[in-house]
Design a protein around this ligand. Structure first.
Ligand code: ADP
Ligand code: MG
Length: 341
């Protein structure tokens, strides 16, 4: 019954994406320090109102998204909603899940999280793909390889955090289709004090072949904890952080530009304007699946302007239709390859 329910959920998920196109946008609101000071009002599971300004400048802006998670939503509930996308990587799709928002809005909590029930999307995705790979190997004759890479994009340079291949911590160059490094449990390396000033890209590549049916499949899952999206003026503009902040702003606007170009079906998509979009190019296309989780704080004291900027970014993405996702490579092995497999 479980397998049947899972199949129905998967079909529903693909039907929604067929109707809506390849991009979905969720919002996650982290708890306010003082609940009486909430700046967010929830209107059902897909709409919210943000209160901005005070006194005469007070106003309310309404937004609607595919799904909104209130501060009480546990990690499990968030993963439950994104797990179909994770599963898609196992079905041969290219998938990209972004956590977007200002520093302190809950991006790392969403993507990495803590231990036990507090585990975020990355550790839960590894578990889900690993369990599914074991099941497919044991029951359905698939031979599956999972490979993980973990890169930090800092000041438009790539740094390898896992460390096989190019030396750990050394600059990395982009080469699509090249081998990735094997999984290691050093993701905590990424949780350093500069994590809010760099993008973390955790990628899981799935390559599978089935000796019974001769099918071959490649899927890719990118899980991205983006750098804080706050504006220049908020982060000490004249300090030595200026260069970092400019690099962050440039890469985040490049990400928006790439999605806008895909939406308008432009002939040229400016992937190479930042290392982030260049790195993610295979997963940022009309036939891949993209999810943005926009993180904001419910706190009216901190960050209302930042929340407004983040929600506007999300609304723009949400209004973009970039195509219908298709599995990236499912092909049959020829009979000789199949008998060797
Ligand atoms: P960011 O990565 O966006 O800078 P963090 O994920 O580090 O922000 O979150 C800042 C703080 O708020 C952390 O202490 C984190 O544990 C806490 N936090 C974030 N989101 C939630 C949430 N949904 N529920 C409870 N605590 C949260
Ligand atoms: Mg963070």
């Amino acid at each position: 019954r479980c397998a049947e329910a899972e199949r129905v959920r998967r079909e529903m998920h693909n039907t929604i994406l067929d109707l809506k196109g390849a991009i979905r946008v969720f919002v996650r609101v982290r708890p306010a320090a003082d609940e009486a000071q909430q700046s967010v009002r929830f209107c059902g599971s897909g709409a919210l109102e943000l209160q901005t300004g005070q006194g005469r400048t007070a106003g309310v802006t309404a937004f609607s998204f595919d799904r909104i998670f209130a501060p009480s939503a546990p990690q499990e509930e968030v993963f439950d909603e994104v797990s179909q996308l994770v599963q898609s990587a196992m079905d041969g799709y290219r998938v990209c899940i972004f956590a977007y928002g200002a520093t302190g809005s809950g991006k790392t909590h969403t993507m990495i999280g803590g231990g036990g029930k507090e585990r975020g999307v990355i550790p839960r995705s590894i578990d889900k793909l690993y369990a599914r790979a074991c099941e497919l190997q044991q029951l359905h004759g698939w031979s599956i390889m999972l490979k993980a890479t973990c890169l930090e994009v800092f000041c438009d340079e790539l740094i390898d955090l896992l460390g096989d291949g190019p030396p750990a911590g050394k600059k990395h160059t982009i080469s699509h289709g090249a081998g990735c490094v094997e999984r290691r449990s050093v993701a905590a390396t990424a949780c350093n004090e500069r994590s809010s000033r760099s993008h973390l890209v955790f990628a899981l590549a799935v390559s599978a072949s089935n000796c019974r049916t001769g099918q071959k499949m490649l899927g890719l899952l990118n899980l991205v904890d983006l750098a804080g999206s706050e504006r220049l003026s908020k982060s000490g503009a004249a300090s030595d952080r200026l260069k970092e902040t400019q690099a962050i702003n440039k890469s985040l606007s490049s990400l928006g530009d790439v999605i806008a170009a895909l939406g308008s079906k432009a002939e040229h998509v400016p992937y190479r304007n930042s290392k982030l979009t260049w790195l993610l190019q295979p997963c940022l296309s009309a036939d891949a699946k993209t999810l943005f989780i926009i993180n904001i704080s419910a706190d009216s004291q901190a960050a209302t302007q930042e929340s407004l900027c983040s929600l506007r970014f999300g609304a723009k993405i949400n209004a973009t239709t970039i195509g219908v996702p298709r599995p990236c490579r499912i092909e049959r092995l020829d009979s000789k390859q199949a008998s060797r497999a």
